[in-house]
Design a protein around this ligand. Structure first.
Ligand code: SAH
Length: 381
């Protein structure tokens, strides 16, 4: 065993008794040797996830306290940083807490319980969280589709303390963002792009920016902070662009330096090209086009189309900032898709920066599946 935390149903020879969803089970190798302890999930293809590779451990509240303390301890510097009041505190398998996500937004914590094993410990985990990380309230956003595969119903609502306001303000390197904990994507904000927003800020001085898939304005505001001349934000969701507009105002950005277009990127990028528009930086941060390996061809075509249209809009020497958050598309493939797209746009270029998810979303060495966000900054000639 290489300490990978997942046990697939096909790899299990036999199950003694009929453990309930979420129950702790002992995991034994073919020789009968005890390999460790896992949480059991009878309806999932991932039939069990390892809590511990030490069979002498006891899985109880004290165990979760140790694991939560370790996750918080690894991030202590970030959690103390007044310029980083949005931060992921627990990143599931990478923090040896399979299926548990905890994000902090200011004085509030938002959790996702994405595996039957961790769902069974919800009450204890919530109690530990507000003891270990003083906060005003803890909110549940466990409505993600993955819970279905675990045989768990969607759940959303207050778990402890005070109900968060409609928008909780976070400070990211001096930029302020209002985060909708109850209605935003994921737990409310794309914390994983923290480093990449900082990079875009350093690239933006004097440049015009197209921020495509803008959501609540993350990259756009970072670009203006870095001295961009203008940012056009595109998103197909009007409510997201309303939040983005609020965020631009919150940061005191001058009205004439930003604008919005509520449109489908697959159509509007072509229309902008036909209208003769050009930009010095094009940021493409689309949603996950591939949920599973099976969808990956369709997803690859979508990534290519978007990158082709984005590259075609760049001024000579402009920067294409291209992302994929689909775990099923790995970096070599994403790089190839980007290269093909730039070629088909009749352009050429170089990769200046490789990007990935921020360090509060670490990749557990035994769990390479946790690397999902990839990005390239390409200079396009
Ligand atoms: N860059 C953002 C996160 C982007 S999330 C940040 O750092 O915060 C992806 C966004 O793409 C969502 O806001 C979603 O509304 C938008 N979107 C999805 N499909 C789209 C499409 N076809 N055209 C335009 N926007 C789309």
């Amino acid at each position: 065993m290489r300490r990978h935390p997942w046990l697939f149903s096909g790899a299990i020879d036999k199950v003694s008794g009929s453990p309930a969803p979420g129950e702790t089970v002992r995991v034994c190798g073919a020789s009968g040797a005890l390999l460790g302890l896992a949480g059991y999930s009878p309806s999932s293809q991932i039939r069990a996830r390892m809590w511990s590779f030490d069979g002498r451990d006891t899985i109880d509240a004290a165990f979760f306290e140790r694991r939560l303390r370790a996750a918080i301890g690894r991030r202590q510097a970030m959690l103390n940083d007044p310029l980083r009041t949005g931060c992921r505190v627990v990143y599931g398998e990478s923090d040896e807490l399979p299926g548990l996500i905890v994000d902090r937004y200011g004085d509030f914590l938002v959790c996702q319980f994405l595996f039957a094993g961790v769902d069974a410990w919800k009450a204890e985990i919530v109690k530990l969280l507000h003891t270990l990380l003083p906060c005003r309230g803890i909110y549940d956003r466990s409505e993600a589709a993955v819970r279905q595969r675990e045989g768990l119903p969607p759940e959303q609502g207050l778990l402890w303390g005070e109900m968060p306001p409609e928008l909780v303000e976070i400070n990211e390197n001096g930029r302020l963002y209002g985060v909708s904990i109850a209605h935003g994507h994921k737990t409310g904000f794309y914390l994983d792009q923290y480093d990449n927003r900082a990079l875009v800020r350093t690239l933006a001085a004097g440049r015009s920016v197209l921020n495509c898939f803008a959501y609540t304005g993350g990259f756009g505001i970072a670009a203006l902070q870095g001295g961009a001349s203008h940012v056009l934000n595109i998103d197909s969701s009007a409510p997201s662009l309303d939040l983005a507009a609020g965020n631009f105002r919150r940061n005191g950005c001058e009205d004439e330096r930003y604008s919005f277009l509520c449109a489908n990127a697959f159509e509007i990028l072509r229309e902008l090209k036909q209208a003769g528009r050009q930009f010095d930086i094009v940021v493409l941060d689309p949603p996950k086009f591939a949920e599973t390996k099976a969808q990956f061809q369709r997803a690859a075509r979508a990534y290519k189309d978007i990158a082709l249209q984005g590259a075609a809009l760049l001024s000579p020497g402009g920067l294409l900032v291209n992302f994929s958050c689909s775990g099923a598309i790995d970096l070599p493939l994403f790089q190839k898709i980007t290269a093909d797209a730039v070629l088909d746009a009749g352009r050429t270029g170089q990769i200046l920066h490789y990007m990935h998810q921020a360090s509060d979303h670490p990749v557990g060495l035994p769990f390479p599946e946790s690397l999902y966000l990839k990005g390239l900054v390409c200079r396009i000639d």
